[in-house]
Design a protein around this ligand. Structure first.
Ligand code: NAD
Length: 266
């Protein structure tokens, strides 16, 4: 699929592993130039291997990997300072993918700050730093979750964090529309990232939960990272030029099923 992103410049946060690495790889494979931001070193990330495997050398040259905290406004300004200074870059896209997975059985203000910083502050800081550098026709995609509208027990702060990101999505969609910038959100169900898959393999209890989850899902499976990346690329591209302020769910139908079919005798 050609998303017509060749030569476009896109910033991706949380790019070292999981969904962020998949988005980054997909963008590079489309011929986009990616500024990838993560707390990790590049050589501690999944990214290097993925890119080497999929598309050696030339694509790798299109990757500008920056180690840093996406909620740290000074560090993020520093990443783009050279660009601000001599105006050599215009951005076409920003993917606010950073998030903090996990439950919060012991909620406290420290946990509140961790979740709000990871989900909402990163998206806020990156949007404020990047949108002045964006061309007309630019697109911002924020990463949500189905746990925005439904919540597992003791996932209060995760759901609250994603709620704040939805607020940013709607607020910036309306506010940046006259600059020709669109803002949308992608909300996955359970995703088969390497970390998740390893957890099912290592922990039978988690595997049992995921099996139940997948049985309850109309398509009887979890989402592949590539399926999330494809939705993000669509929203980054001009193919979605009439869409802004939306939350697009990629969950194999999980949130649309009222009940599983366990009671129906086949
Ligand atoms: N994995 C899933 O099943 C799933 C489901 C729904 C939504 N999501 C959302 O998708 C996004 C990515 O999920 P994932 O499973 O790939 O996550 P992950 O934990 O595997 O990867 C997150 C990456 O973000 C980086 N990171 C964390 N905080 C950062 C910060 N402040 N600045 C820069 N980098 C930072 C980490 O180093 C890591 O490389 C998250 O927003 C998550 O909430 C994931």
């Amino acid at each position: 699929m050609d998303y017509e992103l060749e030569g476009k410049t896109v910033v991706v946060t949380g790019a070292a592993q999981g969904i962020g690495a998949e988005i980054t790889t997909s963008l590079l494979n489309q011929g986009a130039y990616v500024i990838a931001i993560d707390l990790k070193n590049l050589n501690d990330s999944e990214l290097e291997d993925k890119i080497e495997v999929s598309n050696h050398n030339t694509r790798f040259l299109n990757l500008n990997y920056q180690r840093g905290d996406a909620s740290d406004v000074d560090r993020m300004k520093q990443v783009f300072d050279s660009y601000y200074g001599d105006n050599t870059i215009s951005l076409d896209g920003l993917v606010n993918n950073v998030g903090l997975l996990g439950l919060d059985p012991e909620r406290n203000l420290e946990q509140w700050d961790r979740h709000m910083n990871a989900h909402a502050k990163t998206a806020y800081v990156m949007t404020e730093v990047c949108y002045p550098l964006m061309r007309k026709g630019g697109s911002i995609v924020n990463m949500g979750s189905i746990e925005l509208e439904m919540c597992a027990k003791n996932a209060v702060l995760y759901t609250a964090g994603k709620g704040a990101v939805l607020g940013l999505t709607i607020g910036y969609a309306v506010t940046l529309a006259d600059k020709g910038i669109r803002v949308n959100m992608v909300s996955p169900g359970n995703v088969n990232t390497n970390t998740n898959v390893k957890q099912y393999q290592d922990d039978p209890k988690t595997k049992e939960v995921i099996d139940k989850f997948e049985f309850r899902t109309p398509m009887k499976r979890s989402v592949e990272p590539k399926e999330v990346a494809n939705e993000v690329l669509f929203l980054l591209s001009n193919l979605s030029s009439g869409t802004t302020g939306q939350n697009r769910i990629v969950d194999c139908g999980y949130t649309k099923a009222l009940w599983d079919n366990a009671w129906i005798k086949e």
